[in-house]
Write a protein that binds this ligand. Structure first.
Ligand code: URA
Length: 426
């Protein structure tokens, strides 16, 4: 690959120019190999955040990130493959019931997941609340489990899009996460490299999401759908509400327990609604339009698939999970209707309680988190519980309490209902 000076590539984007294919291929490759320095890539990421990228630039950048590592071949698993990606939210445990559910309906779900950072939770942190469960699988174990059970949730291997691993860590500490071209290429390079045949994106909108405006979320969704389609991955996106946490739990063990309720045919209405909406999209995208995910929840097939998936990764689906030593209840100060339960404030409260991490290397508590006793629209009487704050350590409660107090507002009349699924982009 011919060489460029990194500073010229930075200047070109800083001044609003369009990077050539050769410049993009070079800078992504040279950065991955350590020949472009972190400070130069930081400056380029900031220039991209401020100046944007054209569609062809985003496509080339994504292709260069895929080419930085291996691309898995899932053609041997013997079933259609389909994955889901959520852009991240508060109480978003949907991957847990969804993966075994879609596998129970005949598809294979290669779900490579991440850990939480800041106020949004991470699927691997949640599953690690199950005693014995293991997030790391070799490529061979991953493919064998997909073939035998159809459901895998595990950490992405080191070989997949290494350019993204390096760049994402840098963006995190340089204020450059929130750039649509960088988010879209980051997510899609990993999903395309993992080898899935179809992909359903759950693009979150609202206070607890990366995208707080519907217009930005729609642009991100369109960009990702175009990238997936261009790489032969049948891709669809749903825009879904993240102004309120999903379900009644935010944390690790508490979210696993709620997911198991859904797999047992119960669970909160919003979690069931979104799980089924995404399952239907995934099954259609995988070429299985006649599968009935609601029946698989009712008749126990989804639960059987969950138990097999957890056992295959060393977990004991029947083992008790950690419980918190310290519980503080937040109560309503007046009669009325719950107006808002702000996802961001509740996510921050859960993080302060120990459910999330501030730095990548920090541990998380399995037991900490927030349990909701009410949702927006529910009637409430003064003194009734609204939220429960759970922690291993009482010292964590006061700061979380301040966030929890500002998360909830009560009004005299019921609020208008926001639909859970806001839009569909194909
Ligand atoms: N998730 C990712 O994988 N990458 C981003 O840039 C943002 C969210």
């Amino acid at each position: 690959m011919s060489g460029f000076a990194a500073v010229d590539v930075i200047r070109a984007k800083r001044d609003g120019g369009v990077l050539s294919d050769a410049q993009i291929d070079w800078v992504v490759d040279a950065y991955t190999r350590g020949q472009v320095a972190d400070e130069q890539m930081s400056a380029l990421a900031m220039a991209i955040l401020l100046r944007g990228m054209t569609g062809p630039e985003i496509a080339r950048w994504t292709a260069a990130m895929i080419a930085s590592g291996e691309r898995l071949d899932l053609s041997g698993v013997g079933r259609p493959t389909v994955d889901k990606h959520s852009t991240g939210g508060v109480g978003d445990k949907i991957t847990l019931p969804l993966t075994p559910l879609v596998a129970a309906c005949g598809a294979a779900v290669p779900q490579l997941s991440g850990r939480g950072l800041g106020h949004t939770g991470g699927t691997l942190d949640k599953l690690e609340a199950i005693p014995g469960w293991r997030a790391r699988l070799s490529n061979d174990e991953f493919i064998a489990q997909l073939r035998d059970i159809g459901a895998v949730i595990c950490a992405a291997g080191e070989g997949l899009a290494p350019a993204d691993r390096k760049l994402y860590a840098l963006r995190d500490v340089t204020g450059t996460v929130e750039a649509i071209p960088l988010i879209a290429s980051s997510i899609m390079s990993k999903k395309i490299a993992e080898g899935t045949g179809a992909l359903v994106l759950d693009v979150k909108v609202g206070s607890g999401a990366f995208m707080t405006s519907v217009d930005d979320a729609r642009e991100l969704a369109r960009t990702m759908v175009e990238l997936g389609t261009a790489h032969g991955v049948n891709t669809v996106a749903l825009l879904t509400d993240m102004s309120t946490p999903l379900g009644l739990t935010v944390g690790n063990a508490v979210e696993v327990a709620e997911s198991v309720e859904v797999l047992a045919g119960g669970g909160p209405a919003d979690v069931v609604e979104l799980t089924l909406a995404l399952a239907r999209e995934m099954l259609v995208a995988a070429g299985l339009p006649d599968a009935d995910p609601a029946a698989a929840l009712r008749d126990g097939r989804a639960m059987d698939s969950w138990r097999a998936m957890i056992r295959a990764q060393g977990g004991d689906p029947d083992a008790p999970m950690a419980t918190a030593n310290e519980i503080e209840v937040v109560r309503a100060d007046r009669d009325g209707f719950v107006d808002t339960m702000d996802a961001y404030a509740i996510g921050i409260a859960a993080w302060r309680l120990g459910a999330g991490r501030a730095r990548k290397e920090d541990p998380v508590s399995a037991a900490a988190g927030v349990v909701l006793h009410k949702k927006p629209g529910d009637p409430v009487r003064a003194g009734e519980p609204l939220l429960e704050l759970r922690a291993d350590d009482a010292a964590r409660i006061p700061a979380a309490r301040a966030d929890a107090d500002r998360a909830v507002t009560i009004s005299a009349t019921p609020p208008s209902r926001t639909p859970l699924v806001i839009d569909r982009i194909a």
